[in-house]
Design a protein around this ligand. Structure first.
Ligand code: GAR
Length: 235
């Protein structure tokens, strides 16, 4: 099977983009990154993409009279690049309903929270304010409502008692870099598909013996918050 032609959309740093590019460069990966598109000419991620030999496109909002026209130009760029899949990786702009409808089931996004909790901006601050003991990240299909589409995959991390937004964000980001390439693989292989408001999963083996494992934060017996315990859940 030909690898799925995938375009990554960014607005900034592009660390998730780099994780996707690196993973897809592995031999036999089911996705091929054919372009990186940004709405910001100054996005640092563009340099990385260019150095990696990937086509880059800047489609700046300021160059278009309306959000619909901007998304129309993005759509054109995606068609030109021959995109079959689109990964939003820190693309910080809402996509218009018409664009989302056209690409429905083919655009995925990563959000730094365990959705449906803490949608929108400042998800780490929201998590700290809510006092949750477990936080994480989610890859989901993009629908017109922001951060609300069918969930594909999630990864959880503990919240430590002395966490700041920065320390928590860094712990989640490290997990994002593991989760997003795995989720892209599943979508590109056709093992997960958007079906209405849910994600349909195909060909998964369930190991019942491990279904009683959980990430405890803090560990109920010891009261310890054990960041290393994550290793037991992430092969
Ligand atoms: C990531 O944490 C990503 O989950 C988040 O922006 C950051 C981008 O970092 N995305 C959102 O908040 C989207 N709602 P990166 O540019 O280094 O990948």
């Amino acid at each position: 099977m030909q690898p799925k032609r995938t375009v990554i959309m960014i607005s900034g740093r592009g660390s998730n983009m780099a994780a996707l590019v690196e993973a897809a460069a592995e031999h036999g990966h089911p996705a091929k990154i054919v372009g990186v598109l940004s709405d910001k000419a100054e996005a640092p991620g563009l340099d990385y993409a260019a150095r990696a030999g990937i086509a880059t496109r800047v489609v700046a909002r300021a160059d278009y009279a309306s959000a619909d026209l901007h998304d129309g130009a993005i759509d054109e760029a995606l068609e030109e690049l021959g995109a079959e899949l689109v990964c939003l990786a820190g693309y910080m702009r809402k996509l218009s309903p018409g664009f989302v409808r056209k690409w429905l089931g083919r655009v995925i996004n990563i959000h730094p929270s365990l959705l449906p909790l803490f949608r929108g901006l400042n998800s780490h601050r929201q998590a700290l304010e809510a006092g949750v003991r477990i936080h994480g990240c989610t890859v989901h299909f993009v629908t017109p409502a922001i951060d609300a589409g069918p969930i594909i995959a999630q990864a959880a991390v503990p919240v430590l008692p002395d966490d700041s937004e920065e320390t928590l964000a860094a712990r989640v980001l490290a997990m994002e870099h593991k989760l997003y390439p795995r989720a892209l693989r599943l979508v590109a292989e056709g093992k997960v598909q958007m079906q209405g408001e849910r994600t349909a999963f195909q060909g998964f083996r369930v190991l019942r013996e491990s279904s009683d494992r959980a990430l405890f934060a803090p560990e109920p017996d010891t009261g310890v918050v054990d960041v290393e315990s994550l290793a037991r859940f992430t092969p």
